[in-house]
Design a binder for this molecule. Sequence first.
Ligand SMILES: Cc1ncc(COP(=O)(O)O)c(C=O)c1O
Length: 384
Amino acid sequence: MEWIKSFLHEREKTGSLRVLQPADKKENGYVYIGEKKYLDFSSNDYLGLSTHPDMKKASIEAIKTFGTSVSGSRLLSGDFLIHHYLEEKIADFKNKESGLVFNSGYQANVGIIGSLPGKMDVIFCDKIAHASIIDGTRLSPAKTCRFLHNDMDHLEILLKKERNKFRNALVITETVFSMDGDVCPLKELVQLKNRYNCTLMVDEAHATGIFGRNGAGIVEKENLSENVDIIMGTFSKALGSFGAYIACSKKVKDYLVNVCRSFIYSTALPPSIVCANVMALEIVKKEPDRRKILLENAEYFRRTLKQKGFNVKGSTQIVPWIIGDSKKTVEAGRILQEEGYRVFPIRHPTVPKGQERLRFSLNYYHDKTILKKLCNDMSKHFKI
Ligand SMILES: Cc1ncc(COP(=O)(O)O)c(C=O)c1O
């Protein structure tokens, strides 16, 4: 255990030790820690659905009917009609033939990417894709090529060089990037996928509930569901719940049910979660103002910070302020925390060195008055 001691010591010395910071409770955009109340700019509950009365009701009713657990994996005793109902709803929402539910986004990406491409295949993946995607490529026997972030010229260079050496090719990216808040060039990705005969998988974890006419995501917004083979997403962000899904063809679903280890060897989602997930899809369709207001406010926040000289990025509800230095980022987070804002420093290895940032993740409760005050507080504290 000596190596653990020296690892922790080293992290402490360099100020990079990660520690858990529990909250007491959360409510309507605020989080309570001890005596203090913070405006929450760190959660992915973008639409505020995790405390929506209908979501709570759906969960409670499900527990009354089914109990707290399904007590088995989907291929054994844990498969209930409510799981299939949710999968039909997902397929319909995403305009694909079938849906398949997973226990988390991490498990979905690791399992799908780990089991779809074989050793004669190749994966092309965005360089800053989420850790769950990267870990999926590590589990896969396929060769992985990583293209520069959102750089379609670089992807094409790699496709020209590598594609013909392999049997099948999987291109994978996020539609809304979790740490940068920007959007992938989906039309160009589809063109390249068609030109080089690849399968295209996108992770819509941060786009679902926010973009598109019905809130289904960027694929819906761009009207490209027929061209994207596998649309993955989570219930744990804007949908205010837990778990994940893919929308795909029936063949891909049937294949994964047979081979995807993170699907097969894990207890299925409990009824309280499954029913909340069904409810979340209904609320997203029924209450479009939530996403409309969120995106308008995010645009206002980004524009105001830019005008004040802050180096902010993105075009979505995720607004990163790039500081570019680990210590300065931690200090900026601490100052804002003292002012009553909960916002976390994002450091290496989550983002590349020199790209350290505060990530403001906006939600439905952050109105313009709150955002104006935050911008003014930032100007007061930070010389840009
Ligand atoms: C892009 C992306 N994919 C997948 C995941 C994992 O989802 P989950 O939290 O449901 O495991 C995340 C979570 O942060 C994410 O940002």
